[in-house]
Design a protein around this ligand. Structure first.
Ligand code: KG4
Ligand code: ZN
Length: 343
């Protein structure tokens, strides 16, 4: 049991640097007091995707300012902070190391405990920031750039992963399809925007997977082949229709699996986690499928779907309340962490 679990009010300073956003937040009892995100998207866009070395360097350059800004926005100082939290994985190892080293240094210098947070658990906890009424058990649909999974959140610390992707993550598929359509990085929001002007009238393959697993490589390849074949033959095609057809196929299977799992387990809540959760079509399709079965859907506000530090702070508070241990002095960054591992 950690030393803070029963303290009446808790304020956490949290840091996130797993990919291309350098972020810090101050979260008190589930309320965000201050937050700052320095996005490197414009830099990586020049390269069509995240360049890990450049990401690490920019995290190191920006982290001090981002932390200072979050503290000043929240109007708090060192004395008001009960603990420091940091994403220790999964993500780009160099990028994670910047945040982990900084958080360890800060916790040591301030004499505060440090909580290590699993990035994907953070994405799930983003829901608690907006929906304090969301309580386990519920089904979590995890849809990010690196993960695609459907899980049962049994209690605040127990996750049963029931289905995962066998190959690409759904966000990765959005990004790759966007590249084929010459859209800028990150591709997800660009595909969503373009799809609004098109019709989902191109047949797309649907992978036949065991149980609740997913596969996106077949769908991605089908889109790439469609575009290349048309270009090679000099035949015109409508990029907006390609975007809409791909998007509908990609989100349809996500919604199906989440609703089927909820029904099989007799659970009446589904919460979305991760960057693709910002997709309006996914929200619409999931709502349409869940509603007739009396299943309520939860979505974090769009800005908390993609990477941010507030969700990391929220998850740290959940962990503290559940009595989870603080991080050891030997805490290291981890590029991959199984979803079900606690630390
Ligand atoms: O969760 P996230 O910010 O980072 C990871 O932990 O991976 O997710 C990033 C992914 C990217 O693949 C991005 O293209 C996708 O989320 N994404 C979207 C949308 N916004 C972000 N995909 C579809 N529609 C969106 N509106
Ligand atoms: Zn993420």
């Amino acid at each position: 049991m950690n030393s803070l679990w029963d303290k009446e009010s808790l304020t956490v300073l949290s840091i996130e640097s797993s990919c291309d956003e350098t972020a810090c937040a101050i979260v008190r009892d589930g309320v965000v007091l201050g937050e700052c995100i320095s996005s490197q998207v414009p830099i990586h866009r020049l390269f069509g995707g995240v360049v890990p070395e450049i990401a690490s360097r920019n995290h190191a350059v920006n982290i001090n300012t981002v932390v200072a800004d979050a503290l000043s926005q929240a109007n708090v100082t060192e004395e008001d902070i009960d603990l420091v939290a940091v994403t220790y994985g999964a993500g780009l190892i160099g990028a994670l190391l910047t945040g982990v080293s900084y958080a360890k240094g800060l916790a040591y210098a301030w004499g505060k405990p440090l909580m290590a947070v699993n990035h994907i658990r953070g994405h799930i906890a983003a829901n608690y920031l907006a929906h304090p009424d969301l309580k386990p058990p519920y089904v979590a649909l995890i849809v990010s750039g690196g993960h695609t999974a459907v899980a049962v959140v049994k209690d605040y610390t127990t996750l049963e992963v029931v289905g995962q992707t066998a190959d690409d993550a759904v966000g990765e598929a959005f990004d790759k399809v966007a590249r084929v359509l010459s859209l800028p990085y990150p591709g997800g929001p660009e595909i969503e925007k373009l799809a609004r002007e098109g019709k989902a009238n191109i047949p797309m393959p649907r992978a036949k997977m065991e149980g609740y697993d997913f596969s996106y490589s077949g769908l991605k390849t089908a889109v790439i082949n469609y575009v290349h074949t048309h270009e090679q033959k000099g035949e015109p095609y409508v990029p907006a229709d390609v975007a809409a057809s791909f998007q509908d196929a990609a989100v349809g299977v996500l919604a199906d699996h989440a609703v089927e799992l909820a029904m099989e387990r007799g659970i009446d809540k589904i919460a979305i986690a991760g960057g693709v959760g910002a997709n309006g079509r996914l929200r619409e399709v999931l709502n349409n499928k869940a509603y007739p079965h009396g299943i309520k859907t939860y979505f974090p506000p769009k800005r908390y779907c993609t990477d941010n530090a507030s969700m990391i702070g929220m998850e740290a508070l959940v962990q503290v309340r559940a009595g989870a241990p603080f991080a050891p002095d030997t805490l290291d960054a981890r590029a991959t962490i199984p979803l079900v591992e606690r630390k």
